[in-house]
Design a protein around this ligand. Sequence first.
Ligand code: AMP
Ligand code: MG
Length: 336
Amino acid sequence: MKITKFYLLILLFFITGCSQDTAIPSATAEVYAMDTVMNLTAYGDNAQVAIDQAEADLLALEAQISRTREGSEIYLLNQTGTSTLSDTAVELLRRSINYGALTGGAFSCTIAPVMDVWGFTTDTMAVPSEAVLSQAMALVDDTGVVIDGNAVTLGAGQAIDLGGIGKGYAAQLVADIFTAQNISNAMVSLGGNVYVLGGRTDGDPWRIGVQDPNNLSGYAGVLSMYTGFAVTSGGYQRFFEENGVTYHHIIDPSTGYSANAGLLSVTIVSPDDGTLCDALSTALYVMGEEAAIAFWRSGVVPFEMILLTEDGRAVVSSGLHDTFIAEEGYIYDPIS
Ligand code: AMP
Ligand code: MG
């Protein structure tokens, strides 16, 4: 049995021109954290201070919420089944459970044991036996998580995985630092979780390429945006093949198998909530086109979206009709 694995680290990328204003002080950093490459660029008098603080805070966040990092809060919670968490970890847990409830269970932070039996945590990925998978599936139940203030208790054998929401929260953390440091323009990509601020220094909007899942060196379209978050999830971002079948890292909590709902990727856009974008990009990928559109139309939480479908369409919600341009190869399918 041959297992091949691929890592694709750059999931969204910026298309920059050459007329950026070089008179404004700028700073950049490339950080490796949360299992991904993070690129940050900021413009403003405090650019270097802001970038340094962002880098430190990203590493600190990882040390809090990574479940594979020995000694992290989530690691210890998963080991012992009960612990008192920081405000940050509790907030992420609460929000995860809330998004799970809002999306009919498409998002589940108690998916950890299932991720483990597929080997996505250990890097030796393989299809688990039905027996092993069903044992793990029995532990996926957000109602087993009891939160009392900052004290959290899990059901027997349960474990938490914040991988579907943590990078979006991280982007938000960076955004808050940049605001506090009066950064005028910025672009940040945390492994597909993009935050842009203030447009380019020449006054044009930032242009964010949405990766083409069928041709990973190209893009399916370009999103023009001044300030906001754009987060993409897709099965192409991490997968392996076994006996000619491809399995990826976004699991449908109702089956225990890779989500297979007809989508290639989901990009969620919000002006101010990176955490929401991350959770929903994962959840809507699981839900599929019809349920995703119904959820967007319900307005229960405000966001905009681009769904790339297996049959070659770019389904674009009304708030992005003027700002997302699909490349050739994707049929523009505007919804309202
Ligand atoms: P993302 O890259 O944001 O789409 O999140 C994928 C990651 O979230 C996986 O690597 C897992 O850590 C976790 N995950 C997988 N499936 C789910 C799910 N249905 N709900 C919540 N988290 C998930
Ligand atoms: Mg996500």
